[in-house]
Design a protein around this ligand. Structure first.
Ligand code: P6P
Length: 336
């Protein structure tokens, strides 16, 4: 049976019917992000060919060397969001403070704010490993005037939408608006994201565990015991798990979303609060995981229940298949 080609914009508009009071403004915001992703794809795809590869010499607030594509992706997304008129402020992992959208107050009263990691995994750019853009959308809390930092320091449970774009063997946008998770693959021949993975579900029993074992020595006992459990070879069941770790959150998460598995970035000696950012990385991935039937915690509480206290806050992070997350929790409860 031939499948009807459904573009991202057609899908969003069709889903809009589920929100009778919708005015199409979230639709516009999501299409702005989709358009920015196409522009970023064009640069990512030729990164090896033009002088956009490699660092631009600066470092961001995280103290990480900024790659030129990082800067390009950040500027592109901010430009599309500013000009789209539906976004009152942008919190980017690349910027110290929020970008308040000034001109929006003259013509429209934008309802939403966006948090984003414009190009996550950028250390993988030079080695051609998959990288990604991660974003969340919240309804602003401030009712009029300029948006402020409180608008973007909301619990993850307040997200209106979340998604990521993975720049891999193909460019794919994975999105949830709270009604399940859907994947759209960019068809370069028509320049459209087309529905390719409808209603993605994360298997309850995965077979993949993803963690940087270089940090094993500094993990807490429960995490160590869980990793040991994953590596046990059960003769009857064969080798139950496979270790897979790319070092690019979007790529590691995407594989586990489609195949089932668990990703962990626990607290380590070098990163006692964990490495990943609650606002830019963990909340959007947690929303997607839960919408696909998975779970996301900081080892103690649900990620989306944590109230952020500052923009670049880091948290320990575990996300994945329900039963694997239960196994991790069992080991954490027993060993701390
Ligand atoms: P490590 C990339 O720099 C990143 O922020 C995530 O995309 C990725 O999951 C993590 O760091 C990898 O960190 O310490 O294992 O190299």
């Amino acid at each position: 049976m031939s499948h009807r080609l459904v573009t991202l914009n057609q899908f969003i508009v069709e889903q809009q019917k589920d929100f009778p009071c919708s005015e199409g403004r979230l639709t516009r915001l999501l299409s702005d992000i989709g358009a920015a992703a196409k522009v970023i794809t064009r640069e990512v795809r030729k990164a090896g060919l033009v002088d956009i590869l490699g660092a631009d010499g600066s470092t961001n607030i995280q103290g990480e060397e900024v790659q030129k594509l990082d800067v390009y992706a950040n500027k592109t997304l901010i430009s599309f969001l500013k000009n789209g008129g539906e976004c009152a402020a942008i919190a980017s992992e690349e910027d110290d403070d929020i970008v308040v959208v000034e001109n929006a107050y003259e013509y429209t009263s934008p309802k939403y704010v966006v948090t984003m990691d414009p190009l996550d995994g950028s250390s993988n750019i030079d080695v051609n490993a998959s990288i990604g853009t991660i974003f969340s959308i919240y309804s602003r809390i401030s009712r009029q005037g300029k948006a402020n930092v409180d608008d973007v320091l909301q619990k993850g449970s307040e997200q209106v939408a979340a998604g990521y774009v993975i720049y891999g063997s193909s460019t794919m946008l994975v999105l949830t608006t709270g009604n399940g998770v859907n994947g759209f693959t960019l068809d370069p021949s028509i320049g459209e994201f087309c529905l390719s993975h409808p209603d993605i579900k994360m298997r309850a029993d995965g077979k993949i565990f993803s963690v940087n074992e270089q940090n094993y020595h500094s993990f807490n006992p429960g995490v160590k015991k869980f990793i040991d459990y994953c590596k046990e070879v059960d003769e009857t069941a064969g080798r139950p798990y496979s270790a897979r770790y790319i070092g690019s959150l979007v790529a590691d998460f995407h594989r586990n979303l489609l195949k089932g598995g668990i990703f962990m970035y626990p607290s380590t000696q070098k990163a006692p609060s964990g490495k990943l950012r609650l606002v830019y990385e963990c909340n959007p991935m947690a929303f997607i995981a839960e919408q696909a039937g998975g779970r996301a915690t900081n080892g103690t509480v649900r990620i989306m229940d944590i109230k952020p206290t500052e923009l670049h806050q880091r948290v320990p992070f575990a996300v994945g298949s329900e039963n694997m997350m239960d196994q991790l929790q069992t080991h954490l409860s027993a060993w701390g």
